[in-house]
Design a protein around this ligand. Structure first.
Ligand code: C2E
Ligand code: MG
Ligand code: MG
Ligand code: MG
Length: 303
């Protein structure tokens, strides 16, 4: 029944649920206040190659931590921003912060070239979530390119993630803007794949470069044969369309092993790392490379 589910609506906590849990239920005015005062910031979650375990890059995730009310769920405030026409401002603030941090990476990743197993900084990628509402802005390709130029980042290093349910709402309309983004060099990922109703014929016609398996399947895959079957068919589909496959929500080593066995390309999830602040991500990168380097040396010594 996964075909019938629309996570955009079903996963969103109902207003009553939030209030029962005594959670804050911010308004469009509260969001405007947060945007005006730079209260929305970004976290980064690593993505690694399933095969080589090399760091591929990061997904950028928006965070809103209110001083009195605590964290607001991204699923909630993103939809609020979409409804209240604040999503262009929010997306702009997110990618500007993300590009600023990402441009720093070339200086912190392997600065004295001492480690061998490190991806060249200019080949690392950063995935930014883009709302379907953002795609109605005809100038998005130029605005994103301009931001890349300002920060010295190649568009090829930036992947734009669009949620499946919305990407497929109007494929003909999508085709033009997505093609223009691809021509500029940006990668395009279908996010939360498997939760929508996409026609495979339409999917194949849109210029996507990556398929991202929805975490609901990955998180339940250890105990559900149905989820495993969905995961495998998405990986196979990606392969036959020439797209990169990514699993998000990888929480266990057994899921990592399974994904490796079916040839999934990229892993993301708590089993690798939680989303972190920019500063914590830099520390994480250093530790991750050091442990990989140690493993490499140990492997060489045991030959
Ligand atoms: P998404 O793009 O599918 O992002 C992945 C979500 O899975 C994130 O939730 C991340 O924290 C969570 N996650 C990653 N690994 C694991 C894991 O191993 N286990 C579990 N249980 N969860 C994991 P988050 O940060 O709450 O974001 C939720 C959604 O909000 C995102 O889903 C995305 O659709 C939206 N979102 C977040 N930031 C932005 C943004 O800047 N712009 C837009 N348009 N949407 C955003
Ligand atoms: Mg995403
Ligand atoms: Mg999503
Ligand atoms: Mg997702």
């Amino acid at each position: 029944d996964f075909v019938k589910r629309d996570r955009r609506h079903s996963s969103l906590p109902k207003e009553e649920t939030l209030q029962e849990k005594n959670q804050w239920f911010p308004s469009a005015e509260d969001l405007q206040h947060a945007l005006d005062n730079d209260l929305i910031d970004v976290h980064f979650q690593p993505k690694i190659s399933c095969d080589s375990h090399l760091l591929i890059g990061f997904e950028v995730l928006a965070r809103w931590q209110d001083e009195t009310h605590g964290a607001v769920l991204p699923d909630y405030f993103i939809q609020l921003a979409e409804r209240s026409h604040q999503i262009d401002t929010l997306t702009h603030q997110v990618y500007e912060q993300a590009m600023t941090w990402f441009a720093r990476l070339s200086k912190v990743v392997n600065p004295n070239q001492s480690m061998t197993l490190v991806m060249e900084p200019e080949n690392l990628t950063m995935a930014i979530n883009i709302s379907v509402v953002n795609l109605q802005n005809r100038n998005l390709p130029e605005e994103l390119t301009e931001s890349c130029v300002q920060h010295g980042i190649k568009p090829e290093q930036v992947i734009l993630e669009v949620t499946e349910t919305t990407a497929m709402d109007n494929p003909t309309e999508m085709l033009d803007i997505l093609t223009r983004l691809r021509i500029k060099g940006f990668g395009l990922a279908i996010d939360d794949f498997g939760t929508g109703y996409s026609s495979l014929a339409q999917l194949a016609r849109l210029p996507f470069s990556e398929l991202k398996i929805d975490r609901s399947f990955v998180m339940t895959g250890d105990s559900s044969l149905e989820s495993k079957a969905v995961i495998k068919s998405v990986v196979d589909l990606a392969k036959s369309l020439g797209l990169t496959s990514i699993a998000e929500g990888v929480e266990t080593d057994s899921m990592r092993t399974y994904l490796h066995s079916i040839g999934c390309d990229i892993l993301q999830g708590f089993a690798i790392a939680q989303p972190m602040t920019g500063e914590d991500s830099e520390v994480w990168i250093q530790n991750y490379y050091q442990s990989m380097e140690q493993q490499r040396i140990q492997a060489l010594q045991s030959l």
